[in-house]
Design a protein around this ligand. Structure first.
Ligand SMILES: *Cc1c(COP(=O)(O)O)cnc(C)c1O
Length: 394
């Protein structure tokens, strides 16, 4: 008999991720609300400058959300009908939907079974004369092998877009993510490292991309006298491309500026939690802790625990449900994108990326966010130990 019945682990559901806002954040937003500009005011540029200098990029552009930012990056990269773009199946839908928005074709390259990131060797195998770009995703916050992938992109004349929704604050070979790809996207959704409610950003060193992104964010419109084909007068503007309204508000940017002050401490707390999880779970037979490459310094957006199912007498769903019944808000990230009905209707088929499918069958995401208390962390560990003790047959 167990000493503690399951219900006593905790009384409320511990989410897998959550924002952390304080009075300084709230004050920053209220100050904008009392001022003259609530959209596209001075906070937008200040936020862009802050993120650009943090990651070491020349230009930054804020967007309504990360998905809009990815869409804009695909536009700036010139992706259109007939173009193929290589990306990973283990990602959020937006990483490949942005290619479809532009009429391009996503091509899925399988993941590396140790890092769960896209495998550079698989990218190489998928390159054809129609390939236009690579969208590399820093899954869970561990950067992709950016040295290898950017060299490959340069050699083959491909645009490299880095989906860094999970990796703000992470580094590779000592350099912050955001300074390596042609364009890098960050998301400020509440589960990400810092939040603006909804929000996203593209950083780049390339002035041409920057100008295209700027047009795309605002209906394809410009008032810049240097860009106008003619000039009827001071009121005059021109629509030169088909753009969208993908602007962020000043309230959101003010929140983002305030949140950026805490980014390093948030990331450091996430790293501590990961270290504690690793220590606890490396002792348990049949559990696979997330492997880190020597050059990668993850910012730990997600902590994924894999279950070597031959050591267990039950399946992943049973384990998942038992953890949920203990109020541990576990999740699964992600269902391979091409298995979605929409993608199946486009002609993608199961079996395309075997590693991704094995990964999907055997993974569970544990709660991981900076506001978690030490007690929350120990409760997660306790719940895993209980489930492991009950079902491991090793
Ligand atoms: C969150 C996320 C996005 C999209 O960001 P939103 O701001 O939610 O639109 C894209 N890619 C990945 C990998 C994400 O996790």
């Amino acid at each position: 008999m167990e000493k503690n019945p399951e219900q006593t682990i905790r009384t409320s559901m511990l989410p897998y991720g959550q924002q952390w806002l304080d009075e300084q954040d709230i004050e920053a937003v209220v100050k904008v609300l009392r001022g003259d500009f609530i959209t596209q005011g001075p906070a937008i540029e200040a936020f862009e400058t802050k993120v650009a200098s943090y990651v070491g990029a020349k230009y930054a552009l804020a967007f309504a959300n990360g998905t809009a930012a990815l869409h804009a990056a695909c536009f700036a990269a010139g992706i259109g009908e007939g173009d193929q773009v290589i990306t990973t199946p283990i990602t959020f839908l937006a990483s490949s939907n942005c290619v479809l928005y532009q009429g391009g074709t996503p091509v899925f390259a399988d993941i590396d079974m140790e890092t769960y990131n896209i495998d550079p060797a698989q990218i190489e195998l998928k390159i054809t004369n129609k390939t236009k770009a690579i969208i590399a995703v820093d899954f869970t916050g561990q950067p992709v092998e950016i040295d290898r992938i950017s060299m490959l992109a340069r050699d083959r004349g491909l645009v490299l877009i880095q989906d860094a929704a999970h990796s703000l604050g992470a580094s590779y070979a000592g350099r912050k993510i955001g300074s390596r790809a042609d364009m890098t996207m960050f998301s400020f959704h509440p589960v990400k490292h810092v939040t603006t409610g909804e929000g996203g950003m593209i950083v780049t060193d390339n002035e041409d991309y920057y100008r295209k992104l700027l047009l795309f964010r605002n209906h394809g419109m410009t008032r810049n006298p240097e860009e106008l084909l003619k000039n009827d007068g001071p009121w005059y503007y021109e629509m030169q491309e088909l753009g969208y309204n993908y602007r962020m508000t000043d309230m959101q940017a003010a929140l983002g500026i305030s949140q950026m002050d805490k980014l390093d401490s948030f990331v450091s707390r996430r790293r501590d939690i990961a270290a504690r999880y690793n220590e606890a779970f490396s002792k348990l037979e049949g559990l696979v802790i997330p492997k880190q490459l020597p050059l990668a310094e993850s910012s730990w957006h997600l902590y994924v625990l894999r279950w070597d199912l031959q050591h267990f007498e039950v399946d992943r769903k049973t384990i998942f449900n038992e953890l949920r019944s203990m109020n541990i808000g576990v999740h699964v990230h992600y269902i391979p994108v091409y298995l979605q009905p929409y993608y199946q209707n486009l002609g993608y088929r199961g079996g395309l990326c075997p590693n991704a499918e094995t990964y999907y069958q055997t993974s569970i995401t544990l709660p991981m966010f900076p506001k978690m208390t030490d007690q929350d962390v120990e409760q997660v560990i306790d719940s895993i130990e209980r489930v492991h003790g009950r079902h491991c047959n090793a």
